[in-house]
Write a protein that binds this ligand. Sequence first.
Ligand code: CA
Length: 231
Amino acid sequence: MSIVTPRILVIEDEPSQVEILRFNLQQHGFDLRVEMDGQEGLEAAIEDPPDLILLDWMLPNLSGVEICRQLRRAKATREVPVIMLTARSEERDKVRGLDIGADDYITKPYSIKELIARIHSALRRPTASIVEQKLSVGVIELDLVKHKVSSQGKAIDLGPVEFRLLATLMQSPERVFSREQLLDMVWGISADLETRTVDVHIGRLRNALSKTSGKSQIRTVRGFGYALNAA
Ligand code: CA
């Protein structure tokens, strides 16, 4: 990711919450903008899209749910990760059930440590607005927008996990990723999975890739993890 200081837009109307977020997020190196009104928050997001939005559920003038819906419809903010802040777990369930397009949900009161981890995880997810839409490494080409992969010009069918795994590896060719890093980046920080899961999906990805090119570019780094050979 090329962003040095990620810019976060906080849309939250509770002054004490705003102060906690301002203090902690700035301390963690984020650039912060705060809007305390729903309508103004939505306008601020569309006028000057941030790298991530923290969005409260209950807001004056426009609800968090409605803001999220509109953010997903607007071209400028369609790809911006949104983390909803909800006061109760019922709200969280409701938001999830409504499928409004939020990337993550966190229930108040939350620990700052957890929030920071969720923010980092959301920022790392490949989105068209912050990374190249097409990646090309060796004979493999991957289109993040069209969700298409090809090797030596031949289309390859991948499951969603294998697709995200390959996209992550392709963004940093030759970089060695540990299994834990891949779990975090591909499955998300809250995923409660064993590192063996990574091996299973790497195996599937290798099989799919080797069908066309005869060999897989994915290298096992013994005792550590995996890397994608640049050629
Ligand atoms: Ca509120």
